[in-house]
Structures are given as C-alpha cells and as structure tokens.
Design a protein around this ligand. Structure first.
Ligand code: HEM
Ligand SMILES: [Cu+2]
Length: 575
C-alpha cells in the first residue's frame, strides 16, 4: 500500500526508544540533524544579543555597549546570523529529518558531512569578516545582510557567503539522491508529502540562488579582490533581489512543512488536504522568483512596466499563503473537535495550548497573518513609497521571518529535539511559557516599528533622531514608540534565552528510556490519491518557473548589460 512508510496509525503515547526513535533508527542522520541545529541555535543566540543591543541603542535607551560608528557592524551580524545562518542551518537540519523519516532512506554519510562542512566553513569565514569590523583592522564586512554594491566587504565575507550557498546546494543533491534511491524501489507511489515539500522548496532554491551566486562569484568577489575595477550597482542589486524575495519562501516553506504535516497531529487531528498542500508548494515554485523588482520600486533604470509585472505576481503569491491559512486552520479545528471542542469559536479552547510545540506554531501562524497584511502594503507600487526604507520594513519582517519562521522553528524543536537526541524535553514550564513570551515581545516591538515607520522614522540608523526634525505623531508619541521597541526587544531576548535554556538542558540531559513524543504522522483526511499525478512531476513545474523568470527578468537584465557588464561602474566604497 502506498505511503505506508510515511503514515502510521498514531498510538499517541510514549514508546520505547529502542524501537522507534529517529536517533536509534538512523543514528548518522540524527547526528547530522543535531550538528545543523547546534550551529543554528548558536547563531540565534549571538544574533539575538546583537538585536537587543540595537533595539536599546537606536531608541536611545542605552548606548553604552557599542559606539554609533559600530552600529552597522552589529546590524550586519544580526541580519546575517539570524536571517541567513540560523534559518539555513535549521532548514538543512529539519529537511534532512523530513526526507529520511518520510522515505525511510538514509542520507549519504560522505555527502552529508561534505555539505555540512562547506556550510560551516562558509559561516566561520563570513562571521570572522563581520566581527573584524569591530576591531578596526583591515578585515570588515559592514555591508548588511543585503550586501550589494557599492558598499564593499572583505573578500573573506563573500567567499564565506558563497560557501554557505554552495553547501546548501549540495545538501539538496543529497536529498534528491535519497529520493532517487527510494523511487527505484517504489516506482508507482506518490512522493511522500514531506519529501515532496523538501524537493519543491529546493527546486525554488536552485532557481533563485543562481542570481546571488552570479552576483557574488562573478562580480563582488573579483571586485573586492581588485581583479575588476568597477561593478554596475543596479545590476548587482537586481541580481541580489532576484534572490532576495524567494529567500523569504526558503524561510517560510519549511515552516509550512511543519504546519501542514506536524501541527495537525499536535492539534489532535489530521491534515485536512494533502492535494491542497501539494498545489500550494507548486504555486510557490512557480511564483516565488519573478517578483524581486518589488524591492526596487524606487530604483531608477528599470522600466516601470516590469515593476508592475512584479507587483502583479506578488499579489498572486498571496494565494498559496491564503490557501495555507485555510488548510491549517481547518486541520486545527478538526483536531480540536476530535478533542471534544464545540461551538463556532469555542473549539479553540480545546486545543493543547500547554504544549509549546503546538502553541508556538499556532502563535507564529497568527502573527504571520498580521505580517501578510503589512506585506500587501509593501508590495503596492505606489503605497510602498510611503514606507520604503523606514522602520516599517523591519516591523514587517520580524513578523514573517522573525516570528512565522523563527517561532515555528523554536516551537517544533521542542518536539524534534527529543527524537534526534533520544532525550525527553527538560524545563517544561519554561518551554510552555516561552512562545507566549516571544509573542508578547514581538507584538510590542513590531507594532511600534510599523507605526514609527509611518511617522517617517528611518531604518538602519544608530541615531534616527535629527536636530530640528520633528517626526509627526501617528498615535501616541515617538518617545512612547521608542520605549515600546526597547521593552519589546528586551522581552524577545528573554524569550530567546528561555528557548536556549530548554535546548541546552535537554541536550545535556540523561537519555530517556521512553520518549514522550513520536514522529508518526496520521493520515490526511484527503490523501494524495485525490490529487492529479502531474503535481509530482517536478520537472514540468521547474520548466514553467524558468519561463516565467525569463519573461519577468530577461528584458530588464538585457537593458542593464547592453551597455557593458561593468557600466556604469562603481568602485568599491568601504564602510
Ligand atoms: C531578540 C530578538 C530580536 C530583536 C531584539 C531584534 C531587533 C532588531 C532591530 C531593533 C532591528 C532594526 C535595526 C535598524 O534598522 O536599525 C532589527 C533588524 C533586523 N532583524 Fe531583528 N530582532 C530580533 C530577532 C530577529 C530574528 C529572529 C530575525 C530573523 C530570523 C531578525 C532579522 C532581522 C533582520 C534581517 C534585520 C534587518 C537588518 C538590516 O537592516 O540589514 N531579527 N532587529
Ligand atoms: Cu519581497
């Protein structure tokens, strides 16, 4: 019977670990997952500390940690460590788990060490270059996580970034090879849902990282080494944003994987519709990439029509997220009713809010809805001018990547960590409170950031106050918003410490004879047999995605390079 490996009837209770736990069935794969999680959480801790310092510094509450001149260094560290390093390592970790568990197929031991090693060395190099900015020495990378020209970093930073990306490509190869081995033995079965999600995410990732790889390897690295004298800032920005929006879906699709496949079980029910989940992931493959110009509405040199195409595509891209909201909420409601919940909204009370893996995902989803609304405003071509480069923008993405993705990753760790370590969760009360603490902190910080942005407060500045400039009040005062950002940021950092405490206590705890969680997933209410087989033919969807990219990006890129690859040239500007 198809999908027998992925779905088993859930017993729902503790099972002896020598029989079932992931770490015992696949010791090497569990080791690789643990390595990835360790780097992810290390980056989370350091990046979060930088976040706290920024929040206090730019609000003028406390400026004693760093000088304002070093603010950019810290902001680069915060953005790179959280948005790029924490997310990527967590994703390669959970994707490895998802592929191995759903295919019952081990990864290649050599290949998995190779990609982890490549990503790790890349991270060390990039981190070394960023921290160098604090020492005043020749090595620095104060270029923010968007790192486009004309600001230039040390070549060490670009090399590190390139290795991080290349490592993630090889990880994808490892998962595709596992899938191929599985396919040889199961010629007629549907791809198990979790693997389907991993492979479609990686297709999207391959298509979109091509832009940033060309930017770094062909332009920025030779330019920072002095091998070419100048680069075209518009071209490199365009190559960056070609990748810079799809990367958002590289953060979100793993969160969706968790919401679709694990959250229904945690709610006490089953996934509402497997076919809908497949459609959603295919829509992401097709629509994620041809949208990047929506970050360049104010850039000169790009024909207005192509900005308009990007806006239209962006609005289409809301569809898979709205479908997700529907499916996930429907699955949770089903679960709640299985647990005895009744009433139009009364069922919400029957959900397991005391299980941090559940509550974290649910709260992350709730915040994501708010982030979706501010995202629509960012995407609007005209209204974007109002909020462009203001504090509104970090307000928005702390809801999406900073909560929808990050809080989901933290929450599901409470469920996943026992399975890859063989140890039951420790400090359970701390874990139980943690998602709510994050939620409160983010509500304060992000709400005030959005409002401050509307009042015109810029982002990315150590000292956003100017002499003789009064910011107009929206509601409340600037002082009140500042205080809210600082208080929210502090609460967030406390939530982060709580998370790390639970992880460390669990990781170094005793192995348990029985595990309180198991990775068995219940069958969906509507299974893959109800969806067209063509959904699983990933080659077709990749082809369509490439055609759409060519339409959206071909002509504007051509107009940029027609006058020469490096013209109009900008020399590196050190910061
Ligand atoms: C302890 C929790 C956090 C705090 C206190 C915090 C605080 C801040 C603040 C105040 C800024 C704005 C700085 C400015 O524009 O001048 C910022 C920017 C940013 N944050 Fe966070 N943040 C936290 C968590 C996160 C998480 C979890 C992520 C992503 C996973 C994240 C990603 C970013 C990014 C990408 C930027 C923009 C960097 C740039 O402009 O180049 N933050 N953060
Ligand atoms: Cu975008």
């Amino acid at each position: 019977m198809a999908f027998a490996d992925e779905y088993k009837e859930t017993a729902g209770e503790a099972i002896p670990i020598d029989r079932e736990a992931f770490v015992d069935q696949y010791p090497h794969d569990a080791f690789i997952v643990r390595l990835n999680l360790a780097v992810a959480f290390g980056a989370l801790g350091v990046g979060g500390l930088f976040g706290l310092i920024q929040a206090l510094h730019r609000t003028g509450i406390y400026r004693g940690f760093v000088s304002s001149a070093d603010y950019y260094t810290l902001l680069t560290g915060h953005g790179v460590l959280l948005a790029l390093v924490f997310t990527t390592f967590f994703i390669t970790g959970i994707f490895s788990w998802a592929v191995v568990a759903s295919l019952d197929e081990k990864l290649s031991e050599r290949l998995s060490k190779l990609w982890f090693g490549t990503m790790f060395v890349g991270t060390l190099l990039a981190g070394f270059a960023i921290v160098g900015g604090l020492t005043g020495g020749p090595v620095s990378a104060d270029v923010l996580f968007t790192f486009y020209a004309p600001m230039a970093a040390s070549p060490i930073f670009y090399l590190g970034a390139a290795l991080l990306i290349v490592g993630s490509w090889v990880a994808g190869v490892d998962w595709f090879l596992a899938y191929r081995r599985w396919r040889a033995e199961h010629p007629d079965e549907r791809i198990p849902l979790r693997t389907f999600m991993v492979l479609s995410t990686m297709l999207m990732w391959y298509i979109s990282t091509l832009g940033v790889a060309i930017e770094v390897v062909v332009f920025l690295l030779p330019w920072s080494l002095g091998l070419i004298p100048a680069v075209d800032p518009l071209l490199t920005r365009t190559l960056f944003w070609y990748f810079g929006h799809p990367v958002v879906y590289f953060w979100l699709m793993p969160a969706y994987l968790v919401w679709y496949t694990i959250l229904p079980k945690l709610s006490g029910g089953r996934l509402f519709s497997d076919p809908l989940a497949r459609v959603v992931f295919i829509l992401f493959v097709i629509l994620s990439t041809p949208v990047g110009f929506h970050h360049q509405y104010v850039d000169p040199g790009i024909a207005e029509g192509f900005k308009f195409i990007a806006m239209t595509n962006t609005m289409f891209l809301l569809l898979p997220s709205l479908l997700t909201a529907f499916t996930v909420v429907a699955s949770m409601e089903h679960g709640a009713r299985q647990r005895g919940g009744t009433g139009r909204l009364g069922w919400l009370r029957a959900l397991p809010w005391d299980n941090p893996a559940f509550s974290g995902c649910a709260l992350a989803g709730l915040m994501f809805a708010a982030g979706g609304f501010s995202g629509m405003i960012n995407a609007g071509m005209n209204i974007n001018y109002l909020i462009h480069n203001t504090l509104w923008v970090p307000g928005h993405f702390h809801l999406t990547v900073g909560t929808a993705a990050a809080l989901t990753f933290m929450a599901i760790t409470y469920w996943l960590l026992p399975q890859v370590t063989g140890k039951n969760l420790k400090l359970k009360t701390v874990a139980m409170v943690q998602p709510f603490t994050w939620f409160v902190g983010m509500t304060l910080m992000s709400n005030a950031m959005h409002r401050a942005g509307l009042a015109g407060v810029p982002r990315r500045t150590a000292e956003p106050q100017y002499a003789n400039v009064e910011f107009e009040n929206v509601i409340g005062g600037i002082a009140e918003m500042r205080l809210q950002i600082a208080i929210g940021g502090t609460i967030l950092f406390i939530a982060l410490l709580m998370f790390l405490a639970v992880v460390v206590a669990t990781w170094f705890g005793e192995r348990s004879a029985k595990l309180e969680v198991n990775s068995e997933l219940p069958k969906p209410l509507s299974g893959p047999e109800h969806s067209p087989v063509v959904l699983d033919d990933l080659r077709i969807w990749a082809l369509i995605a490439i055609v759409l990219v060519a339409i959206a990006y071909g002509p504007p890129l051509w107009s940029m390079v027609a006058d020469g690859l490096f013209a109009p040239g900008s020399p590196p500007i050190p910061v």
